[in-house]
Design a protein. Structure first.
Lengths: 338, 338
């Protein structure tokens, strides 16, 4: 299900661009696959499943534990913690605007939000359910879920496929439009500070937008190499190279250190940074990107302006109601939490 | 700060009562202490703190992790799991209607919600912060909290005392009125089924209400002995006696196996049961209570009717908006999550 990396022909790391870059605002709605149109019942069900710790073996870890919808869509940890206090190998990516990613997971091993949603639930170090039969078994023991699945999908609907469809439909509503940047692009020239405008120009001029482009700053194409430039000092400090990204999935040398391009939306909220969460601040992240992707030592002024611009990508978070999860009946869950 | 247990003079375990028992509906507002009146800003701040995993050493455990406001106010586990996958010794009590408890914690060691809120944050097996200075230090590094505390309490307000006041003020809003029982008591005789009415009569007749009385079925008085009757069979199976309750705090033999009387409100949602979560179903819990508190073998019919009645104590859960937690700045938290 991997997107063809070969689509990405050659990286355009031009240090200046002659044609003005086309800045785009974030759409207020995410594209939907034909086989999973959103509906109010489906989205409500997805919101419940997303926030339900009973989808984990211990009954303590929900999707939102690591991809926290009350925060920047992740957990502000270098790497996330699943059942049994097990640490994951990568830093949780944000769920906000994930609907605009060309592929999902850091290594892009899922092509869709639906595919992605199926993974963590049965990952032994994340939510730790033995298999999806066990998940469905537990959900079926909760009467309210029987009703909610039926409302969303019709009868005999409590299946893995529908559970992941509902979660994906909910995730497609997690969009943060109307950032200062969006307002600026739509014509409100007062929406950005001078430093932010300088940062925006710098981002274009340096060529950051050759990878981080489009409305979510995560394209074009799905995968890019990181780090581009081998740099002993940075590697010694941050150990980016230890994890081979896409190649860990495909086992192909050509895919070594290729990664899904992460969105820059709300990046000011998701410290620490990079796939291994090894970089504690946004300032340092920008400096590291200059060195590892452009082979440039950015000045403190450049870094400061770019960080100001990145802060302008923090959008408006939709008001959500807190879901009331379908009630555990007056009996221990089946299977019982570990 | 313990309430004086001696106030509870003699247990009234009458097997029948001559004066009709005065059933009470749940108030829609909880009593407030004079030094902590609720306000919209304070409650909003409390809701944020309550749901914020950054109040734990690892950044993964919030109050709501164990006392889940999307569920029955707890975690449906025999015992809760704190930072580092450490298991607590007792089953998490529900936060719903905790405002009506005479004392807090199973062993009643906190007299108020404010006192209670201070405990788990620095408990090494719950939220694991080293001390409250560390908590306040981290909160101060989050700009949004500086603003939220100021809005709620005025300037220089980011203190432990105010944090626990805000959490308590929020918890006082977590009330579930209008259960079928409440409607019945207020005059809607169709609100309960026949089995539920029989169960209600049985609860009075057996004398359950001598401990579980008042609008939240958790009084009068704060503490009661459990188990009342030593019963080798039950002890061998459920090990209730291992934990001495109040005596673990006071170290007094007189307090052996004295416990806060838990509310029966929403009890159908909080399996498994008792302080050690050793009883998997509500049916069994009722049977055990008959044996251990009344020295009676309840019939299956009696148990079934009482369980029907207990299900009528599930109230209406207030609609809450999902809090947007004050954003982690573009830098790792201080102190950094473990």
């Amino acid at each position: 299900m991997l997107k063809i990396r070969a689509l990405i022909s050659g990286l355009l790391l031009a240090s200046s661009v002659s044609v003005a870059y086309a800045w785009e605002a974030l759409p207020e709605k995410a594209p939907e696959p034909a086989n999973n149109p959103g509906s109010a019942d489906k989205i409500a069900l997805g919101q419940m499943l997303y926030h339900d710790p009973r989808l984990s073996s211990t009954g303590t870890v929900s999707c939102s534990s690591c991809h926290n919808t009350m925060l920047g869509g992740e957990d502000n940890r270098a790497n996330s913690i699943g059942v049994g206090a097990q640490k994951g190998g990568r830093s949780a990516p944000t769920v906000w605007n994930a609907a605009f990613n060309a592929v999902q997971f850091w290594d892009g091993r899922a092509a869709t939000l639906e595919d992605q949603a199926a993974g963590p639930v049965t990952n032994p170090i994340e939510m730790g359910m033995k298999n999806w039969d066990e998940v469905i078994n537990r959900l079926k023991s909760i009467e309210g879920y029987q009703v909610a699945f039926e409302n969303a999908f019709g009868s005999d609907a409590l299946t893995k496929e529908n559970a992941t469809k509902a979660i994906a439909a909910y995730e497609r509503t997690l969009i943060t439009p109307n950032s200062p940047y969006d307002k600026y692009v739509k014509g409100d020239k007062s929406a950005l500070t001078e430093a932010q405008v300088r940062g925006m120009q710098k981002v274009e001029e340096l060529g950051c937008t050759s990878c981080h482009s489009g409305p979510a700053f995560n394209g074009p194409g799905a995968f890019r190499k990181f780090p581009m430039y081998s740099n002993g000092g940075i590697e010694a400090q941050y150990h980016f190279g230890k994890d081979k990204g896409l190649a860990e999935v495909t086992k192909k040398a050509d895919d070594d250190h290729f990664w899904k391009v992460p969105t820059l939306r709300n990046i000011a909220l998701t410290a620490p940074y990079f796939h291994n969460g090894s970089v504690p601040t946004l300032e340092l992240a920008v400096k590291v990107m200059g060195k590892s992707q452009l082979n440039k030592d950015l000045s403190n002024e450049e870094i400061s302006d770019i960080v100001a611009f990145l802060n302008a990508l923090t959008g408006e978070f939709p008001k959500q109601s807190m879901p009331l999860l379908p009630r555990t009946p007056g009996t221990t869950l089946t299977p019982a939490p570990l």
